[in-house]
Write a protein that binds this ligand. Structure first.
Ligand code: ZN
Ligand code: ZN
Length: 376
């Protein structure tokens, strides 16, 4: 194992503990303003954030003085280990047939019951109203746990930093292979395999390897197109470490760029740097978008930058805040956002450059540390 890989392995083995209790306490403080006496959390990503539970089925009830977690027999031992180990004072119930009764008991006999409106289907809402909580006032809540997830704590930043380091190391280990004429799919597989080998539990989304004309499609899927001389290759990928995603894009030129391709690389790199320079606590997300867009528009390619500038990252690859002209978000210290402008010209290919940044009071700190390479 090389020295950086050994360092990375140590980092992954020694991630700081998560303070789930602080998260539950903060959530409790949000319930009264939301008009909620008990909150039923059904969205598994939110359940995970609050309890550490990583299984595929689980319900969480949080009231002013209690926490009840319900899952089925498949997750008996796992719930004891994860939710029991989270030190949130949760009562853990394992049952398939009695979930409705246990949850109804957990929310208590009076008061309002909050549901996660963004994550509850119409059919589920009717079931809760008619069968689970008849006669009770149900309150549609929006973004309560997401609000907690917006600003990352130290344990989250450590995981996201490790995920970004895995992706950095993976690219460094395979980028030379682009010169050997792989197909997009083959190179994508190598990148994914390298991330797994370095400690990722999985890629944070389907890796994008988009070469030549495919690069002009911002979300192209890796094809059997063979990468060769004259291709710009857009690589957009990330690793997951303990649930947390990284996200990075680099565009590499195979062979000599044409005049237009060289200009695309220079303009997008400059636009991305302008966006990064704008990121700081208290700044409107739309200003970051404007900073990127200004550079690209000045180069005459305003119409070739066809997507928003960035997004929040965390347990989900895309989460709040949005970084776009239409976003009304203001950046806050501890948020993690991407800055990823691009220019897409079908005859020449695509260029996108993306970093994930931790917002700080006086600016930002990049999590993705791969230099702005332009060649494999
Ligand atoms: Zn990306
Ligand atoms: Zn992204």
């Amino acid at each position: 194992m090389s020295a950086p890989a050994a360092d990375l392995a140590t980092t992954l083995r020694t991630l700081p503990n998560v303070d789930h209790r602080a998260r539950i306490d903060r959530l409790r403080s949000l319930l009264p303003p939301a008009g909620v006496d008990a909150l039923l959390i059904t969205h598994l990503t939110n359940v995970r954030h609050l309890t550490g539970f990583t299984g595929s089925a689980g319900l969480l009830v949080v009231t002013t003085d209690g926490v009840v977690f319900v899952t089925d027999g498949r997750y008996d031992a796992q719930a004891a280990q994860q939710v029991g180990g989270a030190d949130i004072g949760a009562r853990i119930e394992i049952t398939s047939t009695e979930q409705r009764r246990i949850v109804a008991d957990a929310v208590g006999g009076t008061g309002t019951v909050g549901l996660e409106a963004e994550h509850v289907s119409w059919a589920a809402q009717r079931r809760y109203a008619e069968d689970w909580f008849p006669g009770r006032e149900l309150v549609p809540t929006s973004g309560l746990v997401e609000e907690l997830r917006l600003v990352k704590d130290d344990a989250e930043l450590a995981r996201m930093g490790a995920a970004a380091a895995v992706a950095d190391a993976a690219l460094a280990s395979v980028r030379h292979r682009l010169l050997e004429g792989p197909t997009e799919a083959e190179f994508g597989l190598e990148l994914d395999t390298a991330m797994r080998r370095l400690g990722a539990s999985r890629p944070s989304f389907e890796t994008i390897v988009a070469s030549g004309p495919n690069g002009a499609l911002p979300h192209a899927r890796p094809s059997d197109r063979r990468i060769g001389e004259g291709d710009l290759v857009v690589l957009d990928f990330g690793a997951v470490v303990d649930g947390y995603c990284s996200d990075m894009t680099r565009t590499l030129m195979v062979g000599e760029p044409t005049e237009v391709q060289a200009r695309m690389l220079a303009v997008v790199t400059e636009a991305q740097a302008a966006g990064v320079a704008a990121v700081a606590a208290g700044v409107a997300a739309s200003e970051v978008d404007a900073a990127c867009r200004g550079v690209i528009a000045a180069a005459g390619w305003a119409d070739a930058f066809t997507h928003g500038t960035g997004h929040g990252v965390g347990l989900d690859i895309h989460e709040a805040p949005r970084v776009a002209g239409s976003s009304d978000a203001t950046l806050d210290a501890g948020q993690v956002v991407t800055v990823e402008p691009g220019v897409y010209l079908p005859e020449h290919g695509g260029v996108r450059v993306e970093d994930s940044l931790v917002v700080t009071t006086d600016g930002n700190r990049p999590l993705t540390l791969t230099p702005k390479l332009t060649a494999p």
